[in-house]
Write a protein that binds this ligand. Structure first.
Ligand SMILES: NC(=O)c1ccc[n+]([C@@H]2O[C@H](COP(=O)([O-])OP(=O)(O)OC[C@H]3O[C@@H](n4cnc5c(N)ncnc54)[C@H](O)[C@@H]3O)[C@@H](O)[C@H]2O)c1
Length: 292
């Protein structure tokens, strides 16, 4: 495939064996990328096959994206196969939903490892590669697209572990955007909403495909934004979080310094209540937590 928005660009997609990642990989393939399809097992090979059958270029690299050494080897294999790396789409994620008071240590640790470290580890190894290229004087127009969630941006009842990991991914995105700018790397994140094996068990009815007309919850609707953010032409957009669902793309405006109270000396605990309530009266109400 010669034309396309990402023609000739090498792009890794983690967790691309099903759901959103699979759609991103397929669309990247249609748009001319050399796609490195990652997932835990054989699913990666099936998606790489699908891309090649449609005339695209792809290779499968089964690996645990949240394992330090495997993430490094994922980056190295992409470079070995296609000669370079242009973009990393961090998509792999899991959830283990439970109310916090009953959540187990394993449920906490697993979600934080897969979702948060599963973003940081591939990002760290890809960034080291791009830093080296940049330091050698090679032009770099690299892109990282992370995957956060409305649960991370607003909070979500019953998903404390997942929301904490996804909020951390949003913070990681804005820090990485600043740190990697000097190497020619942009870093953005999407907060998608779509019908996938992850969401169907909970939102099956709400996300069901209509009999006719636009299937807004189809996961493929999210992928064009990912492709654009991975393209060479997106170099002026970094440190942003985009919510995307169906035909809607919005930019999340994140934490801001809000109104304040101030005095020229230390506050006494007993005097804080009144001014603090007055301050909250001047502040915008927080967005509701999902499921509250
Ligand atoms: N579907 C939605 O509405 C929605 C909403 C918000 C955020 N997200 C996020 O989008 C991403 C994709 O979600 P999805 O709905 O397609 O889920 P999904 O469960 O359908 O797909 C996730 C894929 O990631 C893979 N994966 C899991 N752990 C991995 C690891 N350690 N290394 C490599 N691959 C791994 C899984 O095998 C699976 O193929 C996730 O990060 C998810 O949190 C999805």
């Amino acid at each position: 495939m010669t034309g396309g928005l990402v023609a000739g660009r090498t792009v890794i997609v983690t967790g691309a064996g099903q759901g959103l990642g699979r759609e991103h990989a397929l669309e990247l393939g249609r748009q001319g990328a050399q796609v490195v399809v990652n997932d835990l097992g054989e699913a990666a090979e099936a998606v790489a096959d699908e891309i090649r059958s449609a005339g695209g270029t792809a290779t499968a690299v089964p690996a645990d994206a949240s394992d330090w050494a495997q993430a490094e080897s994922l980056v190295h294999k992409a470079v070995a196969e296609f000669g370079t790396l242009h973009a990393l789409v961090n998509n792999a994620g899991i959830n283990r939903d439970r109310m916090l008071a009953g959540m187990s240590e394993q449920e906490w640790d697993l979600v934080l490892k897969v979702d948060l470290k599963g973003h940081f580890a591939p990002m760290r190894h890809a960034a080291a590669y791009w830093r080296e290229r940049s330091n050698q004087g090679s032009p770099v127009a690299a892109r990282i697209v992370n995957t956060t969630s409305g649960a991370g941006l607003m909070g979500s009842v019953g998903q404390g572990n997942y929301a904490a990991a996804k909020a951390a991914i949003a913070a990681l995105t804005v820090v990485a955007a600043v740190e990697f700018a000097r190497y020619g790397v942009t870093v953005n994140a999407i907060a998608p909403s779509a019908r996938t094996p992850m969401t169907e068990p909970v939102f099956g009815e709400r996300m069901r495909a209509p009999e006719s007309g636009f299937d807004a919850m189809h996961p493929g609707n999210v992928s064009p934004l990912v492709v654009w953010l991975a393209s060479a032409g997106a170099g002026d957009v970094t440190g942003r979080i985009f919510e995307v669902e169906g035909g809607v793309i919005s930019v999340a405006d994140g934490w801001q310094h809000g109104p304040r109270i101030e005095k020229p000396s230390r506050w006494e605990a007993a005097e804080i209540g009144g001014p603090l309530r007055e301050l909250l009266g001047r502040a915008p109400a927080p967005a509701p937590v999902y499921g509250a």
